[in-house]
Design a binder for this molecule. Sequence first.
Ligand code: AP5
Length: 217
Amino acid sequence: MRLVLVGPPGAGKGTQAQFLASHYSIPHISTGDIFRANLKQGTPLGVEAKGFMDRGELVPDSVTNEMVRDRLTHDDLGNGFLLDGFPRNVAQAQVLRAILSEKNTPLDAVLELAVESAEIVLRLSGRRVCRDCGKGAHIEFERPAKDGICDSCQGELYQREDDKEEVISRRLEVYQEQTAPIVDFYRIEGLLITISATGSVADITERAIKALNRAHQ
Ligand code: AP5
């Protein structure tokens, strides 16, 4: 299964990706996670990406495309892959198509997670992340036992810079302006599957697997 997940910030791409990647036994490749891991390690890539991420802007294509091109040369892709957060504009979608066409491994599907903006703001503004293990929590929907402390490893929970309300609105604008056009791009390619991404996490995973299996019967 070679799959792309697309949807606005906070649609639940990262949450669903874990379950879908495990269901299909494929690696979960999140460009946001790769940037954050580089940031944590203080690499030049992380330093370059930080300003764009903190402002809710896209990291330049020249940087992102090369990072993905490199990741797609790793030898863990025998069963396919799940891309989360890439592509994020039509130029990236064209680069991905070219990389996969060189390898003769086209995409099987693009799964769009659809969620209303009001729900997104609630999800993102309340999200907290553990500085040590990266596990997520939510001040309303997934309250930690002790405020500010990770239930799993007792690390400090923090708010992502781009989860502050003013940056969330910019991320939503960037999504509409730059990322939403890839939905039409993939609709025209006959790869798009759209599901509603509201409800419980488990229900959404079930909905996603049913829709993907139906499309590949
Ligand atoms: P990235 O990390 O990809 O951020 P994003 O797309 O904005 O996605 P999020 O991680 O915020 O949300 P998500 O959809 O994964 O939802 P999640 O499962 O976490 O990118 C960050 C930045 O990196 C970008 O802004 C950009 O600067 C840069 N970047 C990355 N890729 C790039 C690219 N290709 N090109 C250029 N720049 C790039 O869930 C969110 C919250 O909702 C959590 O609290 C979760 O617990 C909760 N939640 C999930 N599901 C449910 C549910 N069903 N009900 C209630 N709450 C739920």
